[in-house]
Design a protein around this ligand. Structure first.
Ligand code: PLP
Length: 432
């Protein structure tokens, strides 16, 4: 029988993209089906009572796994099920981490990470701005559990990161440095090595090393792999690029096995696992992830270039190709292999002009979320970031004229035609 866990042929290492087509699934255990069936079952029959007892001991971590076994025997679908196992193994390969655990949403993955890795009185140092849901989770919920929050600005120097860690250490144990890169919607970046160095320096003086957790939803796992730059754990909303078709909600964590195991045990205890059908769709999506991300990133570059030189209005384009800070470009080139396909642009005329532009688009849909096959536009100030104070929005550049765009798989020339039409309506040129 062929080895379904092999990652090489005669010393040639296989790429993640290739392994997405078959890794970890044995067709001969499912009537030869090329694709895994959807295992719609809540519970699993034990071969014997003794085996059942053994599986339970393994699932609870009371006994180690058997030699050559990579997960506990199946017991009950809240803990594990075949579609979730197949997806998790493949996703860990793509992320570059040792292990992965899937969740019912990105927020389920992020909240399980907090509950697994932080205790009352602990300090979390985090980058700013954060995804709105994460912001709410931290500020409204985690603080009620006694977690203390400290902010870190984007592009912070090693001295600044270290100073923040030391400030945190006066308040409690710094359990976590939580970063989001690039930030949404302004594409701010964090320098992973700077964070890593500061954390290591801090750890030499503290009792325990803070864990580095990165929300890698926007660029990962294809264009950015923070685990190569010191991150202990990546968290993901799979609802975005990984799911990629705007037809499911799911999340994941990936990284060091012992940490993933801790987060997974919160999932087992609270029941935030994704169902078999969602996991099946996620595995399907992994097969085309790289193709989709590369195509849409290439189109986004074309669309961003058109926007920055369009003939209708002066538009500030927050796409990495058009952000000309030297520090930004250095970080960008070090950690990202492409610019991704979600970026923002700021039109003159504030909310009124932005709304007019959005309402005149024919192809692009006005909706929140990103990373799907279809191009979506949204106006963060009145939607995703409407709960953020005006002062904070100004501080992080979420202008009233800012529009976020997530480029999909349409032909870029068609997207440009759509934008040209809408720009012409929003900024009509007066006859000379
Ligand atoms: C969407 C998103 C989340 C939350 O994910 P859900 O799947 O909606 O729960 C977290 N972080 C980022 C960066 C996101 O874009």
């Amino acid at each position: 029988m062929k080895d379904i866990y092999s990652r090489e042929i005669d010393g040639h290492t296989l790429s993640a993209q290739t392994l997405m087509m078959g890794y970890g699934y044995d067709p001969h255990r499912s009537e030869g089906a090329v694709k895994p069936p959807v295992f719609l079952t809540s519970t699993f029959v034990f071969p014997s009572a003794e085996a059942g007892a053994h599986f339970f001991d393994q699932t609870a971590g009371r006994v180690p796994l058997d030699q050559g076994q990579d997960s506990a025997g199946l017991v009950y679908s809240r803990f594990n099920h075949p579609n979730m196992e197949i997806f998790e193994r493949r996703f860990a390969l793509y992320d570059g981490g040792a292990a992965a655990a899937a969740f019912s949403s990105g927020m389920a993955a992020i909240s399980a990470s907090f509950f697994a890795l932080c205790r009352p009185g602990d300090v979390v140092v985090h980058s700013m701005p954060l995804y709105g849901g994460t912001e709410t989770l931290m500020r409204k919920l985690m603080t009620q559990w006694g977690v203390i929050l400290l902010e870190l600005p984007a592009e912070a120097s090693a001295e600044r990161v270290l100073a923040t860690l030391e400030e945190g250490a006066k308040l409690g144990h710094v359990a976590m440095v939580y970063v989001e890169a690039p930030s949404n919607p302004t594409n701010d970046l964090i320098d992973f090595e700077v964070i890593n160095q500061a954390v290591n320096l801090h750890a030499s003086k503290a009792l325990r090393r803070p864990l580095i957790v990165c929300d890698n939803t926007m660029m990962g796992p294809v264009f950015c792999q923070p685990s190569l730059h010191g991150a202990d754990l990546c968290v993901y909303s799979l609802t975005k690029y990984v799911g990629g078709h705007s037809d499911l909600v799911a999340g994941a964590v990936a990284g060091t096995k012992s940490i993933v195991d801790q987060v997974r045990s919160v999932r087992s205890a609270t029941g935030s696992q994704p169902d078999p059908h969602t996991c099946w769709m996620l595995s399907r999506s992994l097969e085309t992830l790289e193709l989709r991300m590369r195509y849409s990133a290439s189109s986004a570059t074309t669309v961003a270039a058109w926007l920055s030189s369009n003939e209708f209005a002066e538009v500030k384009v927050l796409h990495p190709d058009h952000i000309d800070s030297v520090a930004y470009q250095k970080i960008f080139k070090t950690y990202f292999s492409a610019a991704g396909s979600t970026f923002s642009f700021v039109v003159p005329g504030g909310r009124e002009a932005a709304f007019k532009l959005i309402d005149n688009l024919q192809l692009m849909k006005s909706a929140v979320s990103l990373g799907g096959t279809e191009t979506l536009v949204c106006h963060p100030a009145s939607t995703t970031h409407s709960g953020v104070s005006v002062e904070m929005r100004q501080r992080f550049g979420v202008d009233d004229g800012l529009i976020r765009i997530s480029i999909g798989l349409e032909k870029p020339e068609d997207l440009i035609a759509d934008l040209r039409h809408a720009m012409n309506k929003a900024f009509p040129r007066t006859a000379p």
